[in-house]
Write a protein that binds this ligand. Structure first.
Ligand code: HPA
Length: 271
Protein backbone atom coordinates (compact mmCIF):
# COMPACT_ATOMS: atom_id res chain seq x y z
CA UNK A 1 0.00 0.00 0.00
CA UNK A 2 2.85 2.37 0.83
CA UNK A 3 4.14 2.05 -2.72
CA UNK A 4 0.69 2.81 -4.17
CA UNK A 5 0.34 5.89 -1.95
CA UNK A 6 3.74 7.07 -3.12
CA UNK A 7 2.89 6.53 -6.78
CA UNK A 8 -0.40 8.44 -6.49
CA UNK A 9 1.22 11.31 -4.67
CA UNK A 10 4.12 11.39 -7.14
CA UNK A 11 1.55 11.78 -9.90
CA UNK A 12 -0.31 14.55 -8.05
CA UNK A 13 2.49 16.57 -6.49
CA UNK A 14 3.47 18.46 -9.70
CA UNK A 15 -0.04 20.00 -9.62
CA UNK A 16 0.77 21.56 -6.23
CA UNK A 17 3.79 23.44 -7.58
CA UNK A 18 5.63 23.11 -4.27
CA UNK A 19 2.98 25.10 -2.41
CA UNK A 20 1.55 23.72 0.82
CA UNK A 21 -2.04 22.49 0.76
CA UNK A 22 -2.85 21.93 4.45
CA UNK A 23 -6.60 21.37 4.09
CA UNK A 24 -8.41 18.35 2.67
CA UNK A 25 -12.16 18.34 2.07
CA UNK A 26 -14.38 15.36 1.27
CA UNK A 27 -17.67 16.45 -0.26
CA UNK A 28 -20.51 14.01 0.30
CA UNK A 29 -23.70 13.09 -1.56
CA UNK A 30 -25.30 16.01 -3.33
CA UNK A 31 -22.73 18.38 -1.84
CA UNK A 32 -20.23 18.12 -4.64
CA UNK A 33 -21.23 21.50 -6.09
CA UNK A 34 -19.45 23.18 -3.22
CA UNK A 35 -16.46 22.57 -5.43
CA UNK A 36 -17.86 25.09 -7.93
CA UNK A 37 -17.32 27.84 -5.36
CA UNK A 38 -13.65 27.06 -5.09
CA UNK A 39 -11.02 28.76 -7.09
CA UNK A 40 -10.05 25.63 -8.98
CA UNK A 41 -6.48 25.37 -10.21
CA UNK A 42 -6.79 21.75 -11.29
CA UNK A 43 -9.69 19.29 -11.50
CA UNK A 44 -8.34 15.80 -11.93
CA UNK A 45 -10.76 12.95 -12.68
CA UNK A 46 -10.17 10.02 -10.36
CA UNK A 47 -9.75 7.72 -13.37
CA UNK A 48 -6.53 9.56 -14.24
CA UNK A 49 -4.96 9.16 -10.81
CA UNK A 50 -2.92 5.96 -10.38
CA UNK A 51 -4.49 3.51 -7.93
CA UNK A 52 -7.56 5.67 -7.24
CA UNK A 53 -10.83 3.74 -7.25
CA UNK A 54 -13.56 5.17 -9.49
CA UNK A 55 -16.80 6.47 -8.00
CA UNK A 56 -19.94 4.74 -9.25
CA UNK A 57 -22.90 6.16 -7.35
CA UNK A 58 -25.32 8.58 -8.98
CA UNK A 59 -24.75 12.18 -7.88
CA UNK A 60 -21.03 11.73 -7.33
CA UNK A 61 -18.75 13.35 -9.82
CA UNK A 62 -15.42 11.80 -9.05
CA UNK A 63 -12.76 14.49 -9.35
CA UNK A 64 -9.96 15.70 -7.16
CA UNK A 65 -10.03 19.50 -6.99
CA UNK A 66 -6.90 21.46 -6.20
CA UNK A 67 -7.27 25.15 -5.49
CA UNK A 68 -8.38 27.73 -2.95
CA UNK A 69 -11.44 28.01 -0.75
CA UNK A 70 -11.88 30.55 2.06
CA UNK A 71 -8.44 31.86 0.97
CA UNK A 72 -6.72 28.60 1.95
CA UNK A 73 -5.05 26.10 -0.30
CA UNK A 74 -7.27 23.03 -0.34
CA UNK A 75 -7.46 19.61 -1.94
CA UNK A 76 -11.09 18.54 -2.25
CA UNK A 77 -12.63 15.24 -3.19
CA UNK A 78 -15.71 15.83 -5.29
CA UNK A 79 -17.31 12.45 -4.77
CA UNK A 80 -16.10 9.77 -2.41
CA UNK A 81 -15.89 5.99 -2.31
CA UNK A 82 -18.44 4.09 -0.29
CA UNK A 83 -18.05 0.66 1.18
CA UNK A 84 -21.45 -0.34 -0.25
CA UNK A 85 -20.15 0.19 -3.77
CA UNK A 86 -18.04 -2.91 -3.25
CA UNK A 87 -14.67 -1.38 -2.40
CA UNK A 88 -12.55 -2.69 0.41
CA UNK A 89 -12.01 -0.32 3.29
CA UNK A 90 -8.42 0.27 2.21
CA UNK A 91 -9.76 1.50 -1.14
CA UNK A 92 -12.46 3.64 0.49
CA UNK A 93 -9.81 5.41 2.55
CA UNK A 94 -6.98 5.43 0.02
CA UNK A 95 -7.53 9.07 -1.02
CA UNK A 96 -7.13 10.17 2.60
CA UNK A 97 -3.74 8.43 2.66
CA UNK A 98 -2.79 10.24 -0.52
CA UNK A 99 -3.95 13.64 0.75
CA UNK A 100 -1.84 13.11 3.85
CA UNK A 101 1.17 12.16 1.72
CA UNK A 102 0.67 15.43 -0.19
CA UNK A 103 0.88 17.45 3.03
CA UNK A 104 -2.76 17.73 4.12
CA UNK A 105 -3.05 17.73 7.91
CA UNK A 106 -6.59 18.99 8.49
CA UNK A 107 -9.51 17.03 7.05
CA UNK A 108 -13.04 18.38 6.59
CA UNK A 109 -15.66 15.75 5.84
CA UNK A 110 -19.28 16.31 4.89
CA UNK A 111 -22.07 13.86 4.36
CA UNK A 112 -25.80 13.40 4.04
CA UNK A 113 -27.33 11.62 7.00
CA UNK A 114 -30.65 10.49 8.37
CA UNK A 115 -31.76 12.36 11.47
CA UNK A 116 -32.26 9.94 14.31
CA UNK A 117 -32.48 12.46 17.12
CA UNK A 118 -36.21 13.23 17.27
CA UNK A 119 -35.62 16.98 17.60
CA UNK A 120 -33.75 17.17 14.28
CA UNK A 121 -35.43 18.49 11.18
CA UNK A 122 -34.79 17.94 7.51
CA UNK A 123 -32.19 20.41 6.28
CA UNK A 124 -30.46 20.82 9.66
CA UNK A 125 -26.67 20.88 9.74
CA UNK A 126 -25.10 18.73 12.44
CA UNK A 127 -21.53 19.10 13.64
CA UNK A 128 -20.22 15.59 14.29
CA UNK A 129 -18.81 15.52 17.80
CA UNK A 130 -18.23 11.77 17.84
CA UNK A 131 -19.07 8.66 15.87
CA UNK A 132 -20.13 5.06 16.35
CA UNK A 133 -18.49 2.63 13.94
CA UNK A 134 -21.00 0.01 12.79
CA UNK A 135 -19.21 -0.99 9.59
CA UNK A 136 -18.47 -4.71 9.22
CA UNK A 137 -14.85 -4.15 8.08
CA UNK A 138 -12.25 -1.95 9.74
CA UNK A 139 -10.00 0.20 7.55
CA UNK A 140 -6.97 -0.55 9.75
CA UNK A 141 -7.43 -4.33 9.74
CA UNK A 142 -4.32 -6.16 8.59
CA UNK A 143 -0.65 -5.53 9.03
CA UNK A 144 -0.05 -2.07 10.44
CA UNK A 145 2.17 0.23 8.40
CA UNK A 146 4.17 1.87 11.16
CA UNK A 147 5.34 4.67 8.84
CA UNK A 148 1.72 5.81 8.62
CA UNK A 149 0.58 5.50 12.22
CA UNK A 150 0.35 3.30 15.31
CA UNK A 151 -1.22 -0.16 15.53
CA UNK A 152 -3.76 0.96 18.13
CA UNK A 153 -4.63 4.60 17.48
CA UNK A 154 -6.79 6.37 20.05
CA UNK A 155 -10.22 7.58 18.94
CA UNK A 156 -11.09 9.59 22.04
CA UNK A 157 -10.58 12.89 20.23
CA UNK A 158 -11.45 11.86 16.70
CA UNK A 159 -13.27 15.15 16.04
CA UNK A 160 -11.15 18.17 16.93
CA UNK A 161 -12.58 20.27 19.74
CA UNK A 162 -10.75 23.28 18.31
CA UNK A 163 -12.57 22.88 14.98
CA UNK A 164 -15.93 22.17 16.64
CA UNK A 165 -15.60 25.39 18.62
CA UNK A 166 -14.55 27.27 15.50
CA UNK A 167 -17.65 25.92 13.69
CA UNK A 168 -19.90 27.02 16.53
CA UNK A 169 -18.37 30.50 16.57
CA UNK A 170 -18.58 30.80 12.78
CA UNK A 171 -22.18 29.54 12.84
CA UNK A 172 -23.12 32.24 15.35
CA UNK A 173 -21.36 34.94 13.33
CA UNK A 174 -23.03 33.91 10.08
CA UNK A 175 -26.38 33.15 11.68
CA UNK A 176 -26.29 29.52 10.57
CA UNK A 177 -28.00 27.29 13.15
CA UNK A 178 -26.06 24.15 13.97
CA UNK A 179 -26.81 20.94 15.78
CA UNK A 180 -24.06 18.90 17.39
CA UNK A 181 -24.32 15.15 17.72
CA UNK A 182 -23.14 11.63 17.18
CA UNK A 183 -22.91 10.07 13.73
CA UNK A 184 -23.48 6.34 13.43
CA UNK A 185 -21.83 4.94 10.31
CA UNK A 186 -23.04 1.71 8.77
CA UNK A 187 -22.62 -0.05 5.47
CA UNK A 188 -25.92 0.41 3.62
CA UNK A 189 -26.89 0.49 0.83
CA UNK A 190 -30.44 -0.15 2.03
CA UNK A 191 -31.77 2.57 4.26
CA UNK A 192 -32.69 1.49 7.76
CA UNK A 193 -35.90 -0.09 8.93
CA UNK A 194 -37.87 1.80 11.59
CA UNK A 195 -36.57 -0.72 14.12
CA UNK A 196 -32.98 -0.04 13.05
CA UNK A 197 -33.43 3.74 13.29
CA UNK A 198 -34.76 3.18 16.77
CA UNK A 199 -31.84 0.94 17.66
CA UNK A 200 -29.39 3.64 16.54
CA UNK A 201 -31.26 6.14 18.72
CA UNK A 202 -31.05 3.77 21.70
CA UNK A 203 -27.29 3.23 21.34
CA UNK A 204 -26.71 6.99 21.27
CA UNK A 205 -26.70 8.02 17.61
CA UNK A 206 -28.17 11.36 16.52
CA UNK A 207 -27.66 10.78 12.82
CA UNK A 208 -26.93 7.82 10.58
CA UNK A 209 -25.12 7.49 7.29
CA UNK A 210 -22.96 5.27 5.10
CA UNK A 211 -19.65 7.11 5.04
CA UNK A 212 -17.24 9.33 7.00
CA UNK A 213 -16.31 6.90 9.78
CA UNK A 214 -13.69 4.98 7.73
CA UNK A 215 -12.09 8.18 6.42
CA UNK A 216 -11.91 9.76 9.86
CA UNK A 217 -10.41 6.60 11.40
CA UNK A 218 -7.70 6.54 8.76
CA UNK A 219 -7.08 10.28 9.09
CA UNK A 220 -6.72 9.91 12.86
CA UNK A 221 -4.39 6.96 12.34
CA UNK A 222 -2.09 9.51 10.65
CA UNK A 223 -2.81 12.15 13.30
CA UNK A 224 -4.72 14.48 10.98
CA UNK A 225 -7.08 16.93 12.67
CA UNK A 226 -10.69 16.14 11.66
CA UNK A 227 -13.93 18.03 11.35
CA UNK A 228 -17.17 16.39 10.22
CA UNK A 229 -20.55 17.80 9.36
CA UNK A 230 -23.81 16.11 8.36
CA UNK A 231 -26.70 17.49 6.40
CA UNK A 232 -29.81 15.93 7.87
CA UNK A 233 -31.63 14.93 4.71
CA UNK A 234 -34.48 12.92 6.20
CA UNK A 235 -36.26 12.63 9.48
CA UNK A 236 -36.89 9.30 11.15
CA UNK A 237 -38.67 10.64 14.21
CA UNK A 238 -42.07 9.16 13.36
CA UNK A 239 -41.67 5.47 12.73
CA UNK A 240 -44.94 5.15 10.79
CA UNK A 241 -44.11 7.89 8.27
CA UNK A 242 -40.48 7.13 7.38
CA UNK A 243 -39.99 7.18 3.61
CA UNK A 244 -36.28 7.65 3.09
CA UNK A 245 -35.26 7.74 -0.56
CA UNK A 246 -32.12 8.67 -2.47
CA UNK A 247 -33.77 11.45 -4.48
CA UNK A 248 -34.94 13.24 -1.36
CA UNK A 249 -31.51 12.77 0.22
CA UNK A 250 -29.91 14.45 -2.81
CA UNK A 251 -32.47 17.27 -3.01
CA UNK A 252 -32.17 18.23 0.64
CA UNK A 253 -28.40 17.91 0.34
CA UNK A 254 -28.48 20.37 -2.56
CA UNK A 255 -30.69 22.82 -0.66
CA UNK A 256 -28.31 22.82 2.30
CA UNK A 257 -25.29 23.35 0.11
CA UNK A 258 -25.11 27.19 0.27
CA UNK A 259 -25.25 27.18 4.09
CA UNK A 260 -22.67 24.45 4.36
CA UNK A 261 -20.32 26.18 1.91
CA UNK A 262 -20.68 29.47 3.74
CA UNK A 263 -19.89 27.81 7.05
CA UNK A 264 -16.83 25.97 5.74
CA UNK A 265 -15.58 29.09 4.01
CA UNK A 266 -15.98 31.12 7.21
CA UNK A 267 -14.13 28.46 9.17
CA UNK A 268 -11.26 28.28 6.69
CA UNK A 269 -10.88 32.06 6.68
CA UNK A 270 -10.36 31.92 10.45
CA UNK A 271 -7.91 29.01 10.46
N1 HPA B 1 -29.67 6.27 6.52
C1 HPA B 1 -28.43 6.04 6.07
N2 HPA B 1 -27.78 6.88 5.30
C2 HPA B 1 -28.39 8.03 4.96
C3 HPA B 1 -29.69 8.32 5.39
C4 HPA B 1 -30.38 7.40 6.22
O1 HPA B 1 -31.52 7.59 6.64
N3 HPA B 1 -30.01 9.54 4.87
C5 HPA B 1 -28.93 9.94 4.18
N4 HPA B 1 -27.95 9.04 4.21
Amino acid sequence: MLEKIKESSRFLSPFLKEKHYPIGIILGSGLGNLGELMNIEHAIPYVEIPHFPVSTVEGHQGRLLIGQFGNKNVIAMQGRFHYYEGYHMQEVTFPVRVMHALGVNILFVSNAAGGVNTSYQTGDLMIIRDHINLFPEHPLRGKNIDELGPRFPAMTDAYSLRLIQLAEKTGRQLDIPLRKGIYAGLQGPSFETPAEYNWIRVIGGDAVGMSTVPEVIVARHMDMECFGISVITNSTAHADSIKTNHKEVQEIGNQAQPRLSELLKGMLQEL
